[in-house]
Write a protein that binds this ligand. Structure first.
Ligand SMILES: [Zn+2]
Length: 62
């Protein structure tokens, strides 16, 4: 059974493919990474004001 990879659209054989439905480990990891990053952003969005990104750089003060 040949299905297009949901990540890159490349037609790939699904049977015996450990990375199905993706064409390769790379696409699987990319998709997983995307999902994790997206979830992380959504989860961290509300806290952004309190403890979000890196602290602003302070210059000229010690
Ligand atoms: Zn792919």
């Amino acid at each position: 059974m040949i299905v297009p990879c949901p990540r890159c659209g490349k037609e790939t054989e699904m049977t015996g493919n450990p990375y199905r439905p993706f064409c390769s480990e790379r696409c699987q990891l990319l998709d997983l990474g995307n999902w994790v990053t997206g979830a992380y952003r959504i989860a961290g969005k509300e806290d952004e004001d309190e403890d979000g990104g890196p602290p602003p750089p302070r210059e000229g003060q010690k």
